[in-house]
Ligand binder design. Structure first.
Ligand code: 5AD
Length: 431
C-alpha cells in the first residue's frame, strides 16, 4: 500500500530543498533529515521528513510512474470550467475571479447566498480550476488518532464536553505509540495527527515523551491538543512535533463567548499566532452553522483564517451531538459547505483545504464533491476500533465503522478517479 510518492532532492538553498516528482518541482524545508542533493526523500506538509534508499524510491516511483501522468491528465480534464448559460452579471463576476481580482464583500455574500444550480456548478468548477493551477494534482492524506475523549472544556456544540455523561477513554503512552507505529509500518502513513479533548492528564512530561518516541518514526507529527500552554508547545516542537491543528471556531466574539464558557477568542488567536511563530505547520479554521451566525460571519471566518496564514484550512459544519445544548440546532447543508470550500479557494488561491470528517458526516459524497470544489487534502481515521466510536464529538461520524485499510483503499480509488496524486504539496511561502 502506498499513498505517498517520494521525490528526488535536486537543489538545496539554505534550509529549503527542491524536490522533483517526475519532473514537477516542489519546495520543502530541510528540517530533521540529514540529506544531500541526489537523495530520495519523503516530504509532508512542506517538510522533508525522511530520506529513503534509492532502491526503495525507484520501486515506488516505478509503480506510480505511468499512473502519475494519467492522473495529471485526468485532473486537468476534470478541472476545466464547462458551465455556461448563466446570466451576464454572473459571468462578469467569474471573469473577475478568473483574472485574480479581489471580490467585494457584496460579491462574496452573493455567491454564498446563491441557490442557482448552474451558478453553483460554475463556482465549484472555477474553484477547482484555481486549485489545479495552484497545486497541480497533489493531494495529501493524513492519518488521525484520537487518543482521549476527556475534555476540561464545556463547549456547547461538542459531544465530548466535560458536563456530558459519556464513557471516557484515555490511550496509554504505549497504546498511542503502538497505534502510530502500526499506522506508519503497516498502513504506510507519513503524517499523523494526534487529537484529544483538552485533557490535562497528559502533562508536559507525558506529551514530550510521546512526541520524542514518535519523532523516531520519521513522520510529520501533527498535534491537536487544544489550548495548552505555549511553553509546552515550544517543548513539543523541540521534541519533534512539526504541525498543529487549532481552530479558532468562529470569528464572532459574541458567539464564541456564548458557546465556549469562560473562554476568550482573543487568547485563542494569540495562541494560534504564537504557534505559527514557533514554526509549526499550522492548520486552522472554523465551525459553520453555529447559532446566530450570519453570512457576514462566514466571510469573516474565511478572512480571519487567511490572515493567520495557515498551511492548511480546516473547517467543517456543526453537526448535532446528543445531550449538548445545541442538540436541536439545525445544521447547514452540503451546498453551503461546498460554497465555503470554493470561496476559501477563491479568496486564498494557493491555500491547502481539507475535506473534514464533519463534512463527510453531513454528506456521503463530501470527499468527492469537496475535492472538486477546491479542496486538496484528506484525513483518514486510524483510531483503534475500540475507541473510535467513543470519540463522539457529534453523531454518526463518517467512517466510524470502517477499517482503516478499507478507508485507505476507498480513498485511493477516489483519488484515482479524480486524477489526484499523493505527492507533497510543498512549502507555500506566504510572507
Ligand atoms: N460538530 C462539528 N464539529 C465539532 N467540533 C466539536 N464539536 C463539533 C460538532 N458538534 C470540532 C471543533 C473542534 C474540532 C476538534 O472538532 O471545531 O475544534
Amino acid at each position: 500500500m502506498c499513498y505517498a510518492i517520494p521525490g528526488k532532492l535536486v537543489e538545496i538553498e539554505d534550509s529549503i530543498g527542491v524536490v522533483d516528482y517526475y519532473g514537477e518541482k516542489r519546495r520543502a524545508l530541510i528540517n530533521f533529515a540529514n540529506v544531500q542533493i541526489g537523495d530520495y526523500v519523503y516530504a509532508q506538509g512542506g517538510i522533508i521528513i525522511r530520506k529513503i534508499s534509492e532502491r526503495e524510491a525507484l520501486e515506488v516511483l516505478d509503480a506510480w510512474k505511468e499512473m502519475f501522468f494519467e492522473l495529471k491528465q485526468r485532473d486537468s480534464d476534470l478541472a476545466k470550467v464547462r458551465t455556461t448559460k448563466v446570466s451576464n452579471n454572473v459571468l462578469n463576476l467569474f471573469e473577475k475571479i478568473n483574472k485574480n481580482k479581489a471580490l467585494s464583500r457584496n460579491e462574496q455574500i452573493s455567491l454564498l447566498k446563491s441557490k442557482d444550480p448552474r451558478e453553483l456548478q460554475l463556482l465549484y468548477e472555477c474553484a477547482n480550476s484555481i486549485r489545479q493551477r495552484e497545486h497541480g494534482n497533489a493531494c495529501c492524506i493524513h492519518g488521525i488518532i484520537e487518543f482521549s475523549n476527556y475534555c476540561a472544556l464545556d463547549c456547547f456544540y461538542c459531544g465530548i464536553r466535560r458536563e456530558k455523561n459519556i464513557e471516557r477513554y484515555r490511550m496509554s503512552i504505549e497504546e498511542i505509540i503502538e497505534s502510530a507505529k502500526y499506522a506508519v509500518d503497516a498502513l504506510g502513513f507519513k503524517a499523523i495527527l494526534l487529537q484529544s479533548g483538552e485533557d490535562y492528564w497528559y502533562d508536559n512530561e507525558i506529551l514530550i515523551s510521546v512526541v520524542q518516541e514518535l519523532r523516531k518514526l520519521d513522520i510529520l507529527l501533527f498535534l491537536s491538543l487544544g489550548e495548552r500552554d505555549i511553553s509546552l508547545y515550544s517543548k513539543l516542537y523541540e521534541a519533534g512535533a512539526r504541525a498543529v491543528l487549532l481552530r479558532f471556531e468562529t470569528s464572532n466574539n459574541a458567539i464564541y463567548e456564548k458557546l465556549k464558557p469562560a473562554k476568550k477568542l482573543k487568547n485563542r488567536l494569540t495562541l494560534i499566532k504564537d504557534l505559527k511563530r514557533i514554526g509549526f505547520v499550522l492548520a486552522t479554521g472554523f465551525l459553520i452553522g453555529l447559532p446566530d451566525e450570519t453570512d457576514e460571519d462566514i466571510i469573516n471566518n474565511i478572512e480571519l483564517t487567511k490572515s493567520l496564514k495557515p498551511d492548511m484550512y480546516s473547517f467543517g459544519p456543526f453537526v448535532n451531538a446528543k445531550g449538548t445544548p445545541l442538540y436541536n440546532h439545525p445544521m447547514v447543508n452540503k451546498d453551503m459547505m461546498l460554497k465555503i470550500v470554493a470561496l476559501s479557494r477563491i479568496m486564498d488561491r494557493n491555500s491547502n483545504i481539507l475535506v473534514t470528517t464533519a463534512f463527510e458526516t453531513l454528506d456521503i459524497n463530501a470527499r468527492r464533491e469537496g475535492l472538486l470544489a477546491g479542496a486538496n487534502s484528506l484525513m483518514i481515521n486510524i483510531t483503534p476500533k475500540k475507541y473510535k466510536n467513543l470519540y463522539s464529538i457529534y453523531e454518526n461520524r463518517a467512517g466510524i465503522s470502517m477499517e482503516p485499510s478499507d478507508d485507505i483503499e476507498k480513498t485511493l480509488l477516489l483519488l484515482k478517479e479524480l486524477g489526484r496524486a499523493p505527492i507533497d504539496l510543498g512549502v507555500l511561502f506566504k510572507g
